[in-house]
Design a binder for this molecule. Sequence first.
Ligand SMILES: Nc1nc2c(ncn2[C@@H]2O[C@H](COP(=O)(O)OP(=O)(O)OP(=O)(O)O)[C@@H](O)[C@H]2O)c(=O)[nH]1
Ligand SMILES: [Zn+2]
Length: 344
Amino acid sequence: MSKRKLSRQQRWRIEKVQAERARRAEQRGDEDSRKLAAGEYGPEQPGRVIAHFGRTLDVRADSGGDPVRCHLRANLEGLVTGDRVIWRATHDPAGHVVEGVVVARSERQSVLERPDARGQLKPVAANIDQILIVFAVEPAPHPNLIDRYLVAAEATGIDPTLVLNKIDLLPKDGGELMALLNRYEALGYPVVATTTARENGLAALHDRLAGRTSVFVGQSGVGKSSLIDRLLPGEALRIGALSKDSRKGTHTTTTARLYDLPTAENAELIDSPGIREFGLMHLDEQQVTEGFIEFRELLGRCRFRDCRHRQEPGCAVLEAVKRGDIHPERFDSYRRIVDSLNEA
Ligand SMILES: Nc1nc2c(ncn2[C@@H]2O[C@H](COP(=O)(O)OP(=O)(O)OP(=O)(O)O)[C@@H](O)[C@H]2O)c(=O)[nH]1
Ligand SMILES: [Zn+2]
């Protein structure tokens, strides 16, 4: 974190802005308390945050219907797209839902975080079941890059799936990439092959999407936008997923959004430019080591408790590499990733 000194004037400005924010939040809170006390809000009900813009959110009721523009009770902070919440709606005299207030957040099953401008981790999306790591025949992936993504996914506790796109460009025998994929399948990672260049090219992907909330990540040019365009045809459909207020507003699409995918049963996608870049952020050495899933059962078994699996005698990981139980390229990749941490 930077230790830049702020001038007195800057400090004064920051304090003024914060005081103003607090005052507005308090007013909002007073108004909410009054409405809640007056019974102007309907009963508490469960819902899901499908987009967030600062302290306002779009919430979809679990019971269905259009998304509703909501604000937060003053004591709630840091809600993100995908959060499950308890909220209450207000109605106009004709009985239509006008807006809502979120009163509580349910426990998160998972959360994706990214460092903010000051390097502090901030949640960007919650309750994701699956990270779809997209790579392509062209640009061909370095195995090290796939491992990096897998390690980052393992650190979140969210299940990764490898998506090989552009299989229309594969050589007939499958080439080296197919051999690479088999290696990941043998480790237990699901792998699906796709192409946006053929009519039925996403069939295997639909099966993986069904019944899950997914995010797409991957290097530039592998076809994430193309895949998402196929899954969510038309910008109109995407915009339509927002509340009327958000559609009118000037909000950009840089915030994460949750979409229903019409092409598969109970399939949801959470997407934002920031999420697509997930996976290339900082991890520590322990996260990297534990992110190689074939190492895990060996980790307590090295002779030295603080073994770093380099050249220590009695290292269970090195022995597994020697026996051929750990693929040499995976081990090499592990080394490179750990070394890159020390460079940073
Ligand atoms: N041959 C072939 N080309 C594809 C396929 N899918 C995408 N492409 C092409 O690959 C290029 C990159 O695709 P994008 O969808 O923009 O890739 P992206 O991952 O969203 O890239 P960024 O926006 O840079 O992160 C485009 O020219 C696409 O037309 C495919 O299945 N087969
Ligand atoms: Zn060791």
